[in-house]
Design a protein around this ligand. Structure first.
Ligand SMILES: Cc1cc2nc3c(=O)[nH]c(=O)nc-3n(C[C@H](O)[C@H](O)[C@H](O)COP(=O)(O)OP(=O)(O)OC[C@H]3O[C@@H](n4cnc5c(N)ncnc54)[C@H](O)[C@@H]3O)c2cc1C
Length: 409
């Protein structure tokens, strides 16, 4: 294969697909190929997440996350509704799971105001009217009506279909790691290459590796965090009708384990995800795709964070990393719904891994999305939650950053 595309997109997750879609919709070019190393799309984060369309209230005002998540959630919700895909517009309640976390509700209310997210401060009675089985340690809770739940894999499949109909090439089983950035060529083997005008790296869990091929983002590396889920068993009658979240530790890029109803009519409620260091970027089960060198390096980094306790890292380790063990997870779940028992829950088949970036200059976990320029290329790093929610608006922001260079094609 020796074709030339205006734009090559590495990674056919939600970010890569939305960037392709927006390039076409904006009339910039349709001569685009999206390449993915897997035999199907959606096999990594975009097909393995909670499916929550976040409202945007958590994020620091001025951050990229704050900028794109409110608009992104609205656009994705409309996109899903127009196509009749599953969506559960059930809203979300945030409760302080410990009394000392009650004051965080005020901080979240302020962030909601700054980010223009509609919220209400509720008392215990209002909480119980919606979710009788829920608990708030302080008698207060935040109601977020705009949060909804979707089925991520149906969105990926539909978007892929629509892009193919528009003539955008989706090339699977194409592992992209051999680039000649001067000649703007991507090689697969001798004589088998694609030429491009601009390359956009949306490789999720592998985005730092791809960026390093272009000598971009050398001060970043990825620490994969695994998210396990449990389900409330079919016969358990404690199922909340809305998302039920704890107050998060705003210094950490994880929201704490929560209850999420399913997007379709099945009465499934999931609990999770956990956030435990994974043994490899794609180590979903056991020792499958175990990466010993990466794991050793990451555990050393995390141990140093623990000793230095940057950003309250010790609290994360003590509270969140242990939830891989069922009794710890159950205890966290009981802080939200006290009557949940061990025999109510079962391990879900779903498991995801977050593409969390570590910044070696600041010695801390990167909290915001990152989009770095490179030679005839743009690199989307740290597309962590809520990148699924924000995907359409995030794609516009990525394209804005490369607009001038695309005009030179
Ligand atoms: C457990 C969990 C729960 C989450 N919950 C939510 C949520 O409720 N709401 C929300 O908004 N977000 C959530 N997220 C975050 C969200 O899933 C991600 O932000 C989003 O899916 C990132 O999309 P992506 O396209 O960047 O990455 P991916 O979906 O990982 O796609 C990257 C693609 O690149 C391909 N690829 C990688 N390397 C190469 C290469 N060298 N050559 C070719 N192809 C390559 C991969 O095969 C993959 O298909 C969650 C994430 C996790 C892990």
């Amino acid at each position: 294969m020796r074709k030339t595309y205006d734009v090559l997109i590495v990674g056919g997750g939600i970010v890569g697909l939305c960037v392709a879609n927006q390039l076409q919709v904006k009339g910039i070019t349709s001569n685009i190929a999206v390449l993915d190393k897997e035999f199907a799309l959606g096999l990594h984060s975009s097909g393995r997440n909670s499916g929550v369309l976040h409202s945007g209230l958590y994020y620091k005002p001025g951050s990229l996350k704050a900028k794109v998540s409110v608009e992104g959630a609205r656009r994705l919700r409309e996109w899903v509704e127009e196509r009749g895909l599953p969506i559960n517009a059930c809203g979300k309640v945030i409760v302080p799971q410990k009394i000392e976390l009650d004051s965080q509700l005020d901080l979240l209310l302020n962030r909601a105001k700054s980010n223009s997210v509609e919220v209400e401060l509720w008392d215990e009675q209002q909480l119980k009217e919606l979710i009788p089985q829920a608990r708030t340690s302080s008698g207060r809770a935040i109601w977020v009506p705009s949060t909804s739940v979707v089925k991520p894999i149906t969105i990926i499949r539909r978007l892929q279909e629509e892009l193919e109909l528009k003539g955008i090439k989706i090339l699977k089983e194409r592992n992209c790691l051999n680039f000649d950035s001067d000649k703007r060529k991507l090689y697969f083997s001798e004589g088998d290459y694609l030429s491009y005008g601009h390359l956009i790296n949306c490789a999720g869990l592998q985005a730092d590796r791809v960026a390093h091929c272009f000598d971009v983002g050398r001060n970043y590396s990825l620490i994969p965090f695994k998210g396990l889920y449990w389900d409330l068993k079919r016969e358990c009658d404690l199922k909340p009708v809305a998302n039920l979240y704890p107050v998060p530790d705003l210094n950490m890029p994880f929201l704490g384990i929560h209850f999420t109803p399913s997007a379709d009519s099945r009465p499934v409620v999931s609990i999770g995800p956990t956030a435990t260091p994974a043994l490899g970027r794609e180590n979903y089960r056991g020792f499958q795709k175990f990466e010993p060198v990466l794991t050793a390096a990451n555990l050393t980094l995390l141990a140093r964070q623990y000793l230095l306790n940057r950003g309250g890292f010790r609290r994360y380790v003590n509270e969140q990393s242990l939830m891989v063990m069922q009794p710890f997870l159950l205890r966290a779940a009981q802080e939200l719904i006290p009557n949940v028992r061990i025999d109510h829950i079962e391990l879900s088949k779903k498991v995801g891994i977050r593409s969390q970036l570590f910044n070696h200059n600041t010695q801390s976990l990167e909290d915001d999305f990152l989009c770095l320029p490179g030679p005839s290329s743009t690199h989307v790093l740290n597309a962590i939650s809520p990148a699924f929610t924000a995907s359409f608006a995030l794609a516009d922001l990525i394209i804005e950053k490369i607009d001038l260079r695309l005009n030179d094609l």
